[in-house]
Design a protein around this ligand. Structure first.
Ligand code: NAD
Length: 295
């Protein structure tokens, strides 16, 4: 039984840690929100009083935090978790952050003689709950080999994209496309509605036509078309608009660095920024549909 520390028990981390428990792992958990820790303790986890306390005996540490600032502060700040960990530990950071920050953290971990893998995920909260996430890893062959059996408890598809930071690059490319697809699907559905079509019928047509994409298959943005998705729950839960904006910023910064042309993502970023300014930062990202809807 592997002894795992899991830090960051939010929309994604909570169900991911629960799947580790279901696979028979021994899991010690920590989050700044006590209720999130308690929810995992009810499922069999051990509560830690701090991040440093959580990692003390762990063979593998998984972190799932909002953004790079949180990750850097946890690993590199005062009372950082690197020094507090075992010599033979593997750190897996599954947060979505910029590749440079992942490399800085990875280097600090490796300089301390430990292993580090960046392993951001795709698949959303539903994938986290079902244990069907896609993990995109960046790091050494040794790190990836040690991470694989742990990540298989939480995911279905595992990829090794390249060296440290490569997982993050692959992840932001994917999410950049997702923002474009969600915006485009929303405007197509609203155009259909404005011209008298039923959005469910329109969705069924596109699902069997060349416009078919993941947002129609798994995450329809129009309320009432699909059950058990955020659009049918007042856009609560899921992947917050402010996190999509974070990812779009990461993608656009990466594009600026590599002088890549990303005009579709620039349009989607403009829409998501406006949507957040209108007070929708904490809603699920499929709520971009409401930007196109008539009052
Ligand atoms: P979230 O805000 O729901 O959860 C983050 C958790 O981290 C919170 O519970 C917070 O209290 C905790 N936290 C922050 N700083 C901490 C610290 N120092 N110590 C302990 N806990 C701390 O976010 P989320 O939706 O779970 O997303 C987490 C990461 O996964 C983000 O980087 C996001 O971009 C990425 N992601 C999210 C989704 C999604 O659908 N929600 C999908 C793929 C990737």
């Amino acid at each position: 039984m592997t002894n795992i520390a899991f830090i960051g028990l939010g929309n994604m981390g909570g169900p991911m840690a629960a799947n580790l428990l279901k696979s028979g792992m021994q899991v010690t958990v920590f989050d700044l929100v006590e209720a999130s820790v308690n929810a995992l303790v009810e499922q069999g986890a051990k509560a830690a009083t701090s991040a440093v306390d959580a990692v003390a005996d762990a063979e593998v540490v998984v972190t799932m935090l909002p953004a790079a600032a949180h990750v850097k502060s946890l690993y590199l700040g005062d009372n950082g978790i690197i020094e507090a960990s075992r010599d033979d530990v593997l750190f897996i950071d599954s947060s979505t952050i910029d590749a440079d920050s992942a490399r800085v953290v990875g280097k600090a971990v490796e300089q301390a003689g430990r292993l580090f893998v960046d392993a951001p995920v795709s698949g959303g909260v539903a994938g986290a709950k079902a244990g069907t996430l896609t993990f995109i890893m960046g790091g050494s062959v040794d790190g990836v080999a040690k991470a694989t059996p742990v990540l298989q408890c939480m995911g279905k598809n595992l990829f090794h994209a390249g060296d440290t930071g490569a997982g993050q690059i692959a992840k932001i490319c994917n999410n950049m496309l997702l923002a474009v697809l969600m915006s485009g699907t929303s405007e197509a559905l609203q155009l259909a509605i404005d011209n008298g079509l039923d959005p469910k019928v329109m969705s069924d047509i596109m699902l069997q036509s060349s416009g078919c994409n993941w947002t129609l298959q798994k995450y329809n943005p129009c309320p009432g078309v699909m059950e058990d998705v955020p659009s049918s729950n007042d856009y609560q839960g899921g992947f917050m608009v402010k996190l999509m904006n974070k990812d779009l910023n990461l993608a656009m910064n990466a594009a600026a660095n590599s002088e890549s042309s990303t005009p579709m993502a620039a349009a989607a970023q403009g829409l998501y920024k406006l949507h957040q300014r209108n007070g929708n930062g904490d809603k699920d990202f499929s709520s971009i549909f409401t930007l196109f809807a008539k009052d």
